[in-house]
Design a protein around this ligand. Structure first.
Ligand code: ASP
Ligand code: MG
Length: 419
């Protein structure tokens, strides 16, 4: 008998019919003798609908002052889901009980709309499991020290599930979704993309932070920190496929690098269009410049990603970096009003029509020349590289967004990911 956590995403919970299907699948696992904890998302579209209502009544939905109330609204989607799913599991003839985050409790800090889980008290859940019940817990929500409801950020149900699995030392956390695993890249862009049978946790972390939308990044961080065995698989297979088959399907996130030794140097290609590039022109090349620019940006709580500073020419240099597109205007305004005059820089220019394309693979550590294969491939396609950044296991380039799909397809071919 194992302790298993299942997480079901919004599309898997998208209608009462699908919820009945989820219940049948869960019941199959419970009848096989496993202790089951299930963490569903809100029904698909529901969180957007709820946040849309908030927008209708408040002009200030982006202000931190209203974030507490946003969480109060957004968390209800998951509350409906757990109630419906517990009922559907009961209708399968099993005992089931549903809980909100605060009832468990799943304790978080107080950063509304993007709270971090601090601890989970599993006593109540354990008692239910011991009594033979299936326990259904809301994804996405928690409670802070002052008993305020919090949510974990969009896509946060993944993190709830992995955190519950970590706290309870579950044998496995199965993330059921509308795709059948993690792919070498987005199959909508490259139809030849292949499903990976395994991906290392570090690669998954890079893929998630570089733009693959399969898992919320924090869920992967949790899995890595607490070594939670985790698998991404489809909820659209027929619910009654044999458990042994189901348990081997999808993509397993591994912690064993050795397994990957014979595999490709590059495991996947990630991309995103979420960033914008900003350049401060003609800054004096002297100590304190990076701090003078990025210190101000950090004070405004704006995250910076890729950074480039070139050698100076006659004491002046240009300084470029990327921020999230949502922060673009705010960053440009801030630089123009505060930074340019203070540093004596010439001007600020920017470009929102960029994208970042990245190759990811732990094999890159032990293979030279991987990045140059990437650069050659892009040059053969006539694609200009604007910025480059590397780590041990990834190389990212910033290019014009109109070449994004071309670049991803060419790289997928160049690294033979379709084979
Ligand atoms: N319902 C939340 C969202 O739409 C959380 C989740 O689905 O993971 O972002
Ligand atoms: Mg999701």
């Amino acid at each position: 008998m194992a302790l298993i956590v299942h997480k079901y995403g919004g599309t898997s919970m998208g209608s009462t019919e699908r919820i009945r299907n989820v219940a049948k699948r869960v019941a199959k696992w419970a009848r096989a003798g496993h202790q089951m904890v299930v963490v569903p998302s809100a029904m698909s579209g529901e969180t957007n609908r709820l946040l849309g209502l908030a927008k209708d009544v408040s002009p200030a939905v982006h202000s931190p002052a209203v974030a507490r109330e946003l969480d109060m609204i957004a968390c209800t989607g998951e509350q409906v889901s757990v109630g419906l799913l517990a009922l559907a599991i009961q209708a399968e003839g099993l005992e089931a009980v549903s809980y909100s985050g605060w009832q468990v409790p799943i304790k978080t800090d107080s950063s509304y709309t993007k709270a971090r889980i601090e601890s989970i008290d599993d006593a109540r859940v354990r008692a239910d499991l011991a009594a033979g019940k299936v326990v259904v817990i809301t994804g996405f929500q928690g409670v802070d020290e002052g008993n305020n409801i919090t949510t974990l950020g969009r896509g946060g149900s993944d993190t709830s599930a992995v955190a519950v699995a970590a706290a309870m030392k579950a044998d496995e956390c199965l993330i059921y979704t509308d795709v059948d695993g993690v792919y070498t890249t987005d199959p909508r862009v490259v139809p030849e993309a292949r499903r990976l049978h395994t991906i290392s946790f570090e690669e998954m972390l890079e893929m998630a932070s570089l733009g693959s939308k399969v898992l919320q990044i924090r869920s992967v961080e949790f899995a890595g920190k607490y070594r939670v065995p985790m698998r991404v698989l489809s909820s659209f297979t027929s619910w009654d496929i044999p458990i042994e088959e189901e348990a081997k399907s999808g993509t397993l996130i591994t912690f064993e690098e050795d397994e990957k030794m014979e595999q490709a140097v590059v495991s996947g290609i990630a991309f995103n269009r979420d960033e914008a590039k900003i350049t401060v022109l003609g800054v004096p090349d002297k100590p304190g410049i990076a701090y003078g620019i990025l210190g101000k940006v950090a004070e405004a709580n704006i995250d910076v990603d890729v950074i480039i500073q070139n050698v100076s020419n006659e004491g002046k240099t240009d300084f470029s970096f990327t921020v999230h597109r949502n922060d673009y205007q705010r960053t440009v305004d801030l630089l123009k009003s505060d930074v340019v005059p203070a540093l004596g820089a010439a001007a600020v220019i920017g470009d929102t029509r960029i994208c970042k394309v990245s190759i990811v693979g732990i094999g890159m550590r032990s293979h030279a020349g991987v990045a140059s294969t990437m650069f050659r491939c892009l040059s053969e396609e006539g694609i200009n590289i604007q910025m480059i950044t590397t780590s041990e296991i990834k190389t990212s380039v910033v290019i014009d967004e109109k070449y994004m799909e071309l670049a991803v397809r060419a790289l997928h071919r160049a690294f033979e990911l379709d084979q």
